[in-house]
Design a protein around this ligand. Structure first.
Ligand SMILES: Cc1ncc(COP(=O)(O)O)c(C=O)c1O
Length: 404
């Protein structure tokens, strides 16, 4: 009998994500067989719009400084002090909150920020609530430390969160509510009113817990890598001012197309009770999880380019074209106001049937059940307009099969 090299929890996780791997492999196979251009791959979230032109100048400047002693050495675990200050100044305006360098930790993307945060606050058995559909890695990010993700279905077609259902899902073990607006995969932007209601709920739970000896707080965790991606005049309300229990996880992966450089940040509301202990704890876990410190090249680029972004017009044009293609084929969807995804309704209950039919047209999409919400598929607009246009006939033919 052979022994299993892999821990059972990770083996389960691997089995659970096998269909995403299958999609990925199928995509490679199709591209090999028919050529890159013949496949309409809407399955990936890798931002393909070029970084701002100034990224190149910044890299040259960094290169000149790199050959000094310690030019690329370890830096303080929470980040380069001047970078933390620059990011704090930027976020103070964005979040309408007084912030200083000590309120910001530079991290390995928003993902690294979330993992470090969960390591710092979760005990095994603690629960984390997220509206569904959701970025599927959340389950692993809290699961690594014995946390349990509780998904609460949002309300189609626009996928606003079901706040009453979230209230019911809160238990004494709930440690955090994750909000992700603009949302991956739905593109929904939560209104100021919705955010206010969630924040008030967090305050009221913490008010009650304050009277219970040994109770630990409930945090509002705002995962906002897509904050800049708001269209049709939509705005994304700041989250920090809503409750002292708010933390923001941000990223430059999408706004600056720096996803592979792995750079983001963690910021906690300075009026949170014991905030400096939390900052020290996340600094420690960021170090001891093996991240040590966020990449120094990414930190310097983020500080230099913090007030810039990629050309968001490109994403907006793709969004409008994708909407046209889907509408003309008869696919149902709510127009995404933010991020760069569509969460479209499958014409059959089993979304994997729709996915397989689209594959026959060499169109790759991800089944909604991969985001904890079956009956839908996610399409990513991180591809050229020409590819979106080329998919039109394939969508039409596929929809005709279901409408016969
Ligand atoms: C909702 C959401 N959160 C977090 C991340 C991770 O981003 P980062 O590259 O900053 O770690 C992503 C990446 O796609 C995402 O979609």
């Amino acid at each position: 009998m052979s022994m299993s090299a892999v821990a059972p929890a990770i083996a389960r996780s691997m089995a659970g994500s096998s269909f995403i791997r299958k999609m990925f492999e199928k995509g490679i196979e199709l591209k090999k067989q028919f050529g890159e251009d013949a496949v309409c791959d809407f399955s990936l979230g890798n931002p393909d719009v070029p970084p701002p032109a100034r990224a190149r100048d910044e890299l040259i400047r960094i290169a000149d400084a790199a050959i000094k002693p310690l030019g690329l050495g370890y830096c303080p675990n929470a980040g380069i002090p001047s970078v933390r200050e620059d990011i704090a100044n930027h976020l103070a305006k964005q979040q309408e909150t007084d912030l200083s360098a000590g309120d910001v930790i530079m991290t390995v993307g928003a993902a690294g920020a979330m993992v470090s945060f969960f390591r710092a606050v979760l005990e095994p058995g603690d629960e984390v609530i997220t509206p569904a559909p959701y970025f599927v890695e959340y389950g692993s990010y809290c699961g690594h430390f014995g946390g349990v993700l509780r998904a609460v279905p949002s309300i189609p077609p626009a996928f606003d969160p079901d706040i009453d259902a979230i209230a019911v899902a809160i238990t004494p073990n709930t440690r955090a509510i994750i909000v992700n607006s603009p949302n991956n995969p739905t593109g929904c932007i939560y209104s100021a009113k919705v955010m206010r209601r969630i924040a008030d709920m967090v305050d009221s739970v913490n008010g009650e817990r304050a009277n219970i000896p040994g109770a630990r707080p409930l945090f509002l965790l705002s995962d906002e890598p897509y904050r800049a991606f708001a269209f049709d005049g939509a705005s994304v309300p700041p989250v920090l001012p809503l409750t002292k229990w708010a933390c923001v996880l941000g990223s430059f992966s999408k706004t600056l197309s720096l996803a592979g450089e792995r750079i983001g940040y963690f910021v906690a509301n300075p009026s949170m009770p014991d905030q400096q202990s939390l900052m020290a704890a996340v600094t420690l876990t960021n170090r001891t999880l093996g991240y040590v410190n966020a990449p120094v090249i990414g930190q310097r680029m983020a500080a230099a380019l913090v007030s810039e972004s990629v050309d968001l017009e490109i994403y907006d044009r793709r969004r409008r074209l994708m909407a046209k293609v889907l509408s003309e084929a008869g696919v149902e969807f709510a127009m995404p106001k933010g991020a760069f995804y569509f969460f479209a309704k499958s014409p059959v209950a089993d979304d994997s049937v729709f996915v397989d039919e689209l594959l026959k047209e060499r169109i790759l999409v991800v089944p909604g059940k991969g985001f904890g919400f079956a009956g839908y598929v996610r399409l990513s607009c991180s591809v050229d307009e020409a590819i979106i246009a080329r998919s039109a006939e394939g969508f039409k033919r596929t929809m005709q099969k279901f409408n016969r």
